[in-house]
Design a protein around this ligand. Structure first.
Ligand SMILES: [Zn+2]
Length: 329
């Protein structure tokens, strides 16, 4: 677990010098405001044993939209999914990833995102062109997601072990169906909130983007958990409107009782990808000599485009011939 304090920040991650404290003292666990728009803060409400994870994600949401050229509805759902991946990444043990996959029969067709314990998230939607943003109300996203679908989560448990669990879409809302996922898969009641609000009139629909996850630890006060969830559902969007631009610290000050909240971990969030030419070369090697020779004869080169970040890799024919001649394959 990462603890607060300058020593835990990745290089270049700490900016700004405003020192605002959330708690009344300056000891460990005090929430110090960092001038950073995309950030994850994970902590504990000590009196009630409730875990609270908050993610502020406007920049990475806009970067994902620019990377994939997504139309408005696709951009919003991708931003919600990336925010969820950041929240769930914070629940993972060190150096591991989770991914969330949604399959549906509506125009979006599906999405895939993943997140890790360092704050790196990436993802894509199957249909980037979905513009219609729903009609409001409980089934806001139904016209985009359709009538049937699944949400599945793959968690890296470490040591080469993975755990996959799925739920059928019922809420047709990512936050609502993630709550069902936690209840069914982990037998864990959860409050999940994912929201985005425009900025500058409607000029920037992804002006403020954030997510919140609350889960009880063993022995937690479940009445307090239910009451907090009810209050947060009422207060989350108004707080995002009022304090979204000020970042995670301001949001948490507005949402949780500060004297009781202990920060366990916080780090910057970013949209990025781990793809590389080396990975493409490894994939070519995995094809086998015969298939690679066939590809070389037919195509003259190899091309691959990363679905997560749209980077296009071209491996020239000479390089492939070299691999074959060296007996690398
Ligand atoms: Zn990539």
């Amino acid at each position: 677990m990462r603890h607060p304090g300058p020593s835990c920040w990745p290089a270049g991650g700490r900016r700004g010098s405003r020192l605002l404290t959330l708690a009344g003292n300056a000891g460990s666990g005090t929430l110090v405001a960092i001038d950073m728009s995309d950030e994850l803060v994970s902590g504990l409400l000590k009196k009630t044993d409730l875990r609270v994870v908050f993610a502020s994600t406007p920049e990475l949401s806009r970067q994902a939209r620019a990377t994939h050229g997504t139309a408005p509805a696709a951009a919003v759902l991708l931003s919600q999914a990336l925010t969820a991946a950041a929240l769930m990444g914070a629940l993972q043990k060190s150096d591991s990833r989770i991914n969330i996959q949604l399959e549906c029969d509506g125009p979006l067709r599906g999405l895939f995102v993943d997140g890790d314990t360092t704050g790196l998230v990436r993802g894509y939607v199957k249909n980037t062109l979905v513009e219609y943003s729903g009609g409001g109300g409980q089934y806001h996203w139904r016209p985009v997601l359709g009538n049937k679908g699944f949400l599945s989560v793959l968690r890296d448990l470490g040591g080469g072990e993975y755990y996959r669990s799925s739920v059928e879409l019922e809420a047709f809302d990512l936050a609502g169906d993630l709550e069902r996922y936690f209840r069914q898969s982990d037998q864990l009641p959860s409050h999940v909130m994912l929201a985005q609000l425009p900025e500058g009139g409607d000029a920037e629909p992804l002006g403020h983007v954030a997510g919140l996850l609350v889960q009880p630890l063993p022995g937690a006060d479940l009445e307090a958990f239910a009451a907090l969830g009810e209050r947060l559902r009422r207060d989350f969007e108004p707080a995002l409107k009022a304090h979204g631009a000020e970042g995670a610290s301001a949001m948490l000050r507005a949402l949780v009782p500060d004297e009781d909240f202990e920060v366990m971990s916080r780090y910057p969030l970013r949209f990025g990808c781990s793809c590389s030419k080396d990975r493409v070369l490894r994939a070519l090697l995995a094809m086998g000599r015969e298939e690679l020779t066939d590809l070389l004869e037919k195509e003259g080169q190899a091309e691959a485009t990363c679905q997560f970040c749209t980077t296009r890799y071209v491996i020239p024919g000479d390089e492939i011939r070299g691999m074959l001649e060296r007996g690398a394959i």
